[in-house]
Design a binder for this molecule. Structure first.
Ligand SMILES: [Zn+2]
Length: 265
């Protein structure tokens, strides 16, 4: 089935648009590549927040941003969370997020499963969103569980304490080494039970089982599978259509073809 693996990004858009136009249930899986089109920096490498992936304390950022470190030295983890928030402040959802929200409004049923913690899908208007790694702008008290949305961390005291109970506050994200949230896993299980006609992986590196399994399972059940990513990933050889380009570009073009195929053109 993987006939188009080396193809150019726009060659198969008409076919994919037609499949979407007749689909009842669609899953969009999104990762860092979609937010990169909003100008969000990566954690490491050229233009990244951490050169070589190491903090100035000399530890890998995965260790600084781990649940274990947060328990032992919450001020250190918080310092780096605040730095990431500062580097991403002012960025907003892009054309790719807007297109996925528009698909949800138009298709009988669509779900977004995201690895991103920036909250851009909800900002763009998507409602059926599974934020598998949480949302960095949702802060939760580790004592009394009170939740508050904070968009700008610049006025937070680091590490922040709860005004009500005095306990430590944390962002509602999955730190490295922590379990995925049950609520998100349940939501995904419900969605998967209903099956999908089209599954698209968009800007994800596909290293997590919860990303890879829905794609492979969908393919086994005869669904159309699509990957949008400039780089090859571990699911690249398994998908029906591989579109090697930036997420926002491809989604914008796909939406235009879909509108024609769906009779909105
Ligand atoms: Zn509290």
């Amino acid at each position: 089935m993987a006939a188009s693996n080396g193809g150019d990004a726009f060659e198969h858009l008409d076919t994919i648009a037609e499949r979407l136009a007749t689909a009842n249930r669609v899953l969009f899986i999104t990762g860092a590549g979609l937010s990169a089109d909003s100008g969000l920096p990566t954690y490491r490498g050229v233009g990244g927040i951490y050169d070589d992936g190491v903090t100035e304390e000399g530890i890998p950022f995965e260790v600084a941003l781990s649940g274990d470190m947060f328990r032992r030295r919450p001020e250190l983890t918080w310092k780096h969370i605040a730095r990431i928030e500062e580097a991403t402040r002012g960025a907003s959802c892009n054309r790719g997020h807007d297109v996925l929200a528009a698909f949800e409004d138009t298709l009988p049923h669509a779900c977004v499963l995201t690895q991103n913690v920036d909250g851009f899908h909800r900002d763009a208007g998507s409602r059926n969103v599974i934020e598998m790694h949480g949302n960095v702008h949702t802060l939760r008290c580790t004592g009394c569980d009170r939740v508050k949305r904070v968009d700008d961390f610049s006025r937070l005291q680091i590490p922040p304490a709860c005004l009500r109970c005095g306990e430590l506050i944390r962002p509602d994200v999955v730190l490295f080494g922590e379990m995925l949230p049950f609520q998100a896993l349940d939501h995904l299980a419900d969605e998967t039970t209903g099956g999908f006609d089209v599954v698209m992986s968009i800007g994800t590196t596909s290293v997590f089982p919860y990303i890879v399994e829905p794609v492979l399972s969908a393919r086994e059940h005869g669904a159309t599978t699509v990957e949008i990513n400039p780089s090859r990933t571990e699911i690249s050889d398994a998908v029906d259509f591989r579109l090697p380009d930036r997420a926002a570009n491809v989604l914008d073009a796909l939406w235009e073809r879909f509108r024609s195929a769906h009779g909105h053109g």
